[in-house]
Design a protein around this ligand. Structure first.
Ligand SMILES: *Cc1c(COP(=O)(O)O)cnc(C)c1O
Length: 220
């Protein structure tokens, strides 16, 4: 068994049933992804549309491709034919474009709203109030080819575990609150290699794990 298969197996056994594992394969070659595929992994996450598209073209077609990075509106069209879940939706403009491009392909694209939980200025995402406003907007309710299935968050890049825990708890609480009004918001995408166990303890239903499966990346 190679390292990737071994890592994948270990992680899978540490994740409870009901939590979905997204194997974050950005910057990694198709041969690495194929190792994970052969070990049974069918959900891959990428953060660049062009890279994801190239991998989609060469790899088996039963893979669910997740776009986990920030999305520019003008690039949605390149992934609309195949992307399964877009994690980082943070504006009505983007949602509208996803709906438009999904229609062209006669399909529905699943989306998560990215909620800003980190204290850092650089992080993308909606405030809780902006997310509520977005979901309550008539235009959003009338979009036919997008399916908003939950929330996504990224904790501050820090070693302070208490802070990460607090940020995860904040979004988990908001997620529970939102589900009472919008039961379709079942997914809570939080947790990466360094903090996924904590994220699961806080209520994560989807973890995005890269380096713990594929090894350290040289960049990004
Ligand atoms: C790269 C990335 C991950 C995975 O990070 P690891 O620390 O390698 O597990 C998860 N989520 C997002 C949005 C990323 O860009």
């Amino acid at each position: 068994m190679n390292d990737i298969e071994q890592n994948l197996l270990e992680i899978k056994t540490s994740i409870p049933e009901g939590v979905t594992l997204v194997a974050v394969s950005k910057t990694k070659p198709v041969s690495d992804l194929m190792n994970a595929y052969e070990a049974g992994q069918r959900i891959f996450g990428e953060n660049k549309i062009q890279e994801m598209t190239e991998k989609w073209e060469t790899m088996p077609k039963d893979i669910s491709w997740h776009m986990i990075g920030h999305v520019q509106t003008n690039k949605v069209k390149y992934m609309a034919a195949f992307v399964d879940l877009i994690h980082a939706v943070d504006s009505y403009k983007l949602l509208k474009e996803i709906d438009k491009q999904a229609k062209k392909h006669n399909r529905t694209i699943n989306c998560l709203l990215q909620i800003k939980i980190a204290k850092e200025e650089s992080k993308f995402g909606l405030s809780e109030q902006d997310a509520i406003t977005l979901l309550n907007t008539e235009e959003v309710k009338n979009l036919t080819n997008v399916n908003i299935k939950g929330l996504m968050g990224m904790a501050t890049f820090t070693n302070d575990e208490q802070q990460i825990h607090d940020e995860f708890k904040t979004i988990a609480f908001f997620s529970e609150e939102m589900k009472t009004k919008y039961p379709q918001l079942k997914i809570l995408s939080i947790g990466m290699s360094g903090d996924y166990k904590m994220a699961i303890d806080c209520g994560s239903t989807m973890v995005r794990i890269g380096s713990s499966i594929f090894g350290a990346r040289n960049y990004q």
